[in-house]
Design a protein around this ligand. Structure first.
Ligand SMILES: [Zn+2]
Length: 235
């Protein structure tokens, strides 16, 4: 039955407090946008999937990256979703991308990880060693599947709002916030605040609701694949 496999979902609105994340040309903060989207998404998950939703932060507080995954592990969550907004030195860059934790040699993916890891003490080079120690292979496939569902749903909304939005796809990178999570975990970048069209969209509550709906759809589709796996395993 849909939702059975996702009884507990951890939503992680990125940044918070003194860590504002990135910001747009007209001054919109990442920390505020992602908190609003997380709340909207949480309401949908509770209403429609009957999931218990746990937030790593529910107000404008700074939470260390390592504490966010610890919360998910302690609460034995079935899924962990970290919600971010993107930034680029190229103002034209627009659209959405979804990440899961893995090694990468992509400079662009490493740049995003370095920025999102900025509040952590660990450098991206330490992370490689940390990653190697973690037996996360069994979660990588599930996380990639989860990321794919989210990205497909997100791109639909993004492209309708901004003709310049590209489907930037699912990517892998070493994010501190995803390391050590014992459940499928992904990080979604819901638009580029540095792109003025994306920023204007993210400023609108209607668009944030559409993003929340898209993330919900991605999670529900992923839950659906889980029940199929379950059926297949029982045969
Ligand atoms: Zn961020």
């Amino acid at each position: 039955m849909l939702g059975l496999k996702l009884s507990r979902v951890v939503l992680d609105p990125a940044h918070g407090g003194h860590d504002v994340g990135t910001h747009g040309p007209s001054g919109l903060y990442e920390k505020d946008i992602v908190l609003d989207v997380a709340r909207r998404l949480g309401a949908l998950l509770e209403q429609r999937l009957g999931s218990e939703v746990i937030y790593t932060r529910s107000d404008d507080t700074f939470i260390a990256l390592e504490d966010r995954t610890r919360i998910a592990n302690e609460r034995k969550a079935d899924l962990f979703l970290s919600i971010h907004a993107n930034s680029s030195p190229y103002r034209a860059a627009a659209g959405v991308e979804t990440y899961y934790l893995n090694f990468t040699t992509s400079k662009a993916a490493l740049d995003v990880a370095a920025r999102e890891n900025a509040s952590s003490e660990r450098s991206i080079y330490d992370l490689k060693e940390v990653l190697q120690k973690i037996a996360l292979k069994d979660k990588i496939d599930e996380s990639r599947e989860f990321a794919a569902r989210l990205q497909t749903a997100l791109y639909g909304v993004s492209a309708r709002g901004n003709a310049a939005a590209r489907n930037r796809g699912i990517k892998k990178a070493p994010f501190v916030v995803l390391i050590g999570a014992s459940m499928p975990s992904v990080l979604a970048e819901i638009g580029f605040l540095t792109n003025s069209t994306d920023e204007a969209l993210l400023r609108k509550p209607e668009h944030r609701q559409k993003i929340a709906e898209a993330l919900y759809k991605g999670i529900a589709n992923y839950a659906d694949t889980l029940s199929h796996f379950q059926v297949a395993k029982q045969d």
